[in-house]
Design a protein around this ligand. Structure first.
Ligand SMILES: [Zn+2]
Length: 249
């Protein structure tokens, strides 16, 4: 009997969190990764004016981050914002194995995708494979039927009590994937924050804008668009961003 790769090998229902055990089940690493860029972006809106060079850097960074990330199969949200963005990396390559990359391309994607600040390939692919395998059932980690806030935030801010195990042996035996897992945090901090801050700082003296807009705001947009591929949410985020950036400063 042969086994099928990329499928759940054992199915265990996920038990939704309750208000009583919510605090214990918060995934604090994800809370920090998601919340901190938002707080820094608000600080940026209150203290830093946009410079056009920084805005261009923000858009270019958004495209580069998107290159390594998810995007929806049916609705390529990033392409609405920036047509240069396309689907590879975390979603097409490592979650779905839709093409065979060269060694240099795979390592490049593994490195570039750390700029999206969405944890490692293994972490992302695990939930995404479970999502496809059990879409819109109790075993789907981000099941839409649990409501807007669960679909948008709850599924990754709250640790599931039990999850459907997924076969990731193709990824754990992949040198490029495990290289990214080993060096993820130093690479991610550099590509997400240090690089945009340094480019803006050395290029046109906008160190703070580089960090808060080309770094943190870009990450917020990538997080929110990737976590819920919803056109109204994208529009709301863009309007809030433009309104706050043009009125507070
Ligand atoms: Zn998918």
């Amino acid at each position: 009997m042969t086994t099928t790769t990329y499928t759940t090998v054992k199915e265990i229902p996920i038990i939704p969190a309750t208000w009583g055990d919510l605090f214990k089940r918060l995934d604090w690493l994800n809370v920090i990764c998601f919340g901190t860029p938002h707080l820094f972006t608000i600080w940026g809106f209150m203290t830093v004016s946009w410079q056009w060079e920084t805005f261009v850097l923000f858009l270019v960074g958004l495209s580069v981050s998107s290159t390594g990330m998810k995007l929806s199969e049916t609705f390529n949200a990033h392409c609405i914002i920036l047509p240069l963005a396309f689907v590879v990396g975390y979603h097409r390559l490592w979650s779905h194995r839709t093409f065979v990359p060269t060694r240099s391309l795979e390592y490049s994607l593994a490195f570039v995708s750390t700029s999206a600040f969405q944890r490692t390939i293994l972490w992302w692919a695990r939930d995404h494979r479970a999502h496809h395998r059990h879409i819109d059932t109790d075993l789907d980690p981000c099941m839409a039927n649990r409501g807007f806030w669960w679909r948008h935030l709850g599924w990754f801010l709250i640790k599931p009590a039990k999850v459907a195990p997924v076969d990731l042996t193709d990824l754990t035996s992949n040198p490029a994937v495990m290289w990214q897992v080993k060096w993820y945090w130093p690479m991610s901090l550099v590509t997400s924050f240090v690089v945009p801050m340094t480019i803006a700082g050395l290029g046109w003296g906008d160190w703070k804008g580089g960090l808060l807009y080309a770094g943190c705001l870009r990450i917020n947009l990538v997080h929110n668009v990737c976590l819920i591929p919803s056109f109204p949410v994208i529009i709301i985020i863009m309007l809030i961003m433009l309104y706050a950036g043009n009125t507070i400063c």
